[in-house]
Write a protein that binds this ligand. Structure first.
Ligand code: ADP
Length: 258
């Protein structure tokens, strides 16, 4: 569904943010992208979202080179307070992008109501974003993305600014909604546990400039559970492996140091 080929991006000041990134994501897959701060995670997502044109390389979607913002794309950013419009009700925020889908007003309203229900906010449609807690606002952002029925959903540190309990709820919500929809998801996070818990694969990026350091399959049974999944030996093993990779210590050097 998504193919990133030899992607290199250099910003206007000459800074090479990512170099020679190659990545293939299958239809319906959820790929976690994890790496240290500044390793180019957001740059990569922005290239895929068509918000910046990579200096070199290609983003191929459904077999065609992407040019601009892809049709079936939705993005959830970390900063919900800047991504929702304060002068629109929660329902209107969710319904707004659906205009691009050419839906009638009634259809937009119905789709927004349904999406809000799916994130447990059926009663909040008439409220304004600023009347809701941070976690609820982020659920509205997720509902807005879902209502759009994206074929590709990009999430950039989507749960970074909510409390731990809400974060777990939102991770489970993501897994749940993805199960019911034919959606490919790329989720950027700096949280190693989260990358393993939600992912079908974890792609670890290294820094200076950003590059793919490892691409690990996550072989954990579903449905995942916040308590029992995290206790599984495979989860513990993967978490340690990703942790070592993120910190730049490979298995071999770790062993050699003993
Ligand atoms: P991450 O999301 O992993 O924290 P980013 O993609 O935001 O990393 O940034 C990668 C690198 O590119 C960093 O060194 C950052 O300082 C730099 N960078 C990001 N945006 C710009 C920009 N607009 N101009 C120049 N350098 C940038």
């Amino acid at each position: 569904m998504l193919e990133i080929k030899d992607l290199t991006h250099t910003y206007a000041d000459g800074h090479v943010a990512v170099r020679d990134v190659n990545l293939t994501v299958a239809n319906g897959e959820l790929v976690s992208i994890v790496g240290p701060s500044g390793c180019g995670k957001s740059t990569l997502l922005r290239c895929i979202a068509g918000l910046i044109r990579p200096a070199e390389g290609q983003v191929i979607l459904d077999g065609r080179p992407a040019d601009g913002v892809p049709e079936g794309l939705a993005v959830v950013f970390q900063d919900y307070s800047r991504s929702l419009l304060p002068w629109l009700s929660v329902r209107d925020n969710v319904a707004l992008p659906l205009k691009r889908r050419g839906m009638s007003k009634a259809q937009r309203r119905e789709a927004a109501t349904e999406a809000l229900e799916s994130v447990g906010l059926a009663a909040a449609g008439g409220k304004y974003p600023w009347q809701l807690s941070g976690g609820m606002q982020q659920r509205v952002s997720i509902a807005r993305a879902l209502a759009y029925r994206p074929s590709l959903l990009l999430m950039d540190e989507p749960f970074g600014s909510v409390d731990a309990q809400t974060r777990e709820d939102l991770e489970d919500l993501t897994l749940q909604v993805r199960g019911g929809n034919d959606m490919t998801i790329l989720l950027v996070t700096h949280d190693i546990d989260e990358s393993v818990y939600v992912g079908d694969r974890v792609v670890v990026l290294g820094a200076s400039p950003g590059h793919v350091r490892a691409d690990l399959p996550v072989d954990l049974p579903g449905p995942r559970d916040q308590i029992s999944t995290r206790e599984l030996p495979e989860f513990v093993r993967l978490r340690a492996e990703v942790g070592r990779l993120v910190r730049g210590v490979t298995e071999t050097t770790a062993t050699a140091a003993k």
